[in-house]
Design a protein around this ligand. Structure first.
Ligand code: HEC
Length: 267
């Protein structure tokens, strides 16, 4: 009996020491418990060594004992194993799906963007061609007019105010600003600010500057996302000065304070 206690004490001390060491090494609690369990198991085997030896079994008795031992072992293992957290494939699938979903969405978005960009480039080419054809046709028309000796006064001068707004609106459509900006409730895919109240914040010159040099200043709330969703810096090449002015003038007439146009932040 004294021997048993001595061995048990050794087992407990070893278990305690392992508990302390694994804690110092920041093992998870489950592992700490396991180390203690191993130490106690070792002590138990150690103690069993002192047990008196069994009478030898033979024949049917031996077979029965073996079977009982086997059954006990099975029960212990199966019961023990079923106490552990179980692996659930649906669980794992859910986790994988969570990781993959945003990536898949990103590639699909990427493809869509690429297609959009391609469609847009083609559209621009078509428009440029249409413009050129129009210009050619227009020239012929004026030439014909001249030849006919008609001296019709250029209609533009009189109604300049109305016309500049019309040209501005046309430019909005032509340059496809609506792709990113919502105006009058139309367009914009949340990429750029809604512009219905832009006239309350910006002068014609400010808007002109923004179109020609979008990096010169930023709309509030877009400072950080700017890298990702920047306004294109191409209009200075695509647009003529008078068109920019017309567009800026037209935009400056939008003073709908019920729309939350972000304030411009100038450096
Ligand atoms: C590809 C998307 C995109 C297109 C196309 C685009 N913009 Fe923008 N625009 C933005 C984004 C994003 C911002 C906000 C960040 C910033 O200020 O640069 C912005 C900001 C602005 C602002 C300032 C708004 C504010 O509240 O201060 C104006 C004005 C503006 N754009 C006018 C235009 C005009 C005019 C066109 C067409 C010629 C145009 N944008 C085309 C994305 C775009």
């Amino acid at each position: 009996m004294g021997n048993v206690i001595k061995k048990l004490v050794i087992g407990l001390v070893a278990g305690g020491a392992l508990f302390g060491i694994t804690k110092a090494l920041e093992f998870p609690t489950v592992f700490q418990m396991m180390f203690v369990a191993y130490a106690l198991l070792g002590a138990a085997v150690f103690i069993l060594l002192d047990a008196p030896s069994l009478k030898p079994l033979s024949g049917v008795k031996a077979l029965g004992a073996l079977l009982v031992f086997y059954v006990v072992l099975c029960v212990v293992y199966i019961a023990g194993a079923s106490l552990w957290p179980q692996y659930d494939p649906e669980d794992e699938k859910g986790k994988i799906e969570k990781i993959l979903k945003p990536k898949r969405a990103a590639t699909e978005q990427g493809k869509a963007d690429e297609l959009l960009a391609r469609a847009k480039a083609l559209d621009e080419q078509a428009k440029a061609l249409a413009e050129r054809i129009k210009a050619l046709g227009g020239d012929q028309a004026t030439a014909a007019q001249g030849a006919g000796g008609l001296s019709a006064p250029p209609a533009t001068t009189g109604a300049a105010g109305g016309d500049i707004l019309k040209i501005g609106e046309d430019q909005w459509q032509l340059q496809e600003c609506y792709n990113c900006h919502k105006l009058k409730g139309e367009g914009g895919k949340k990429r750029g600010p809604e512009l219905d109240n832009i006239g309350s914040y910006l002068t014609v010159d400010d808007i002109k500057q923004k179109i020609l040099d979008p990096k010169s200043w930023m709309a509030e709330g877009f400072e950080k996302e700017y890298e990702k969703k920047k306004m294109p810096d191409k209009y200075k090449d695509l647009m003529e000065e008078k068109d920019v002015v017309a567009l800026a003038t037209w935009l400056s007439t939008f003073k709908n304070t019920s729309v939350n146009t972000p304030k411009p932040i100038k450096k």
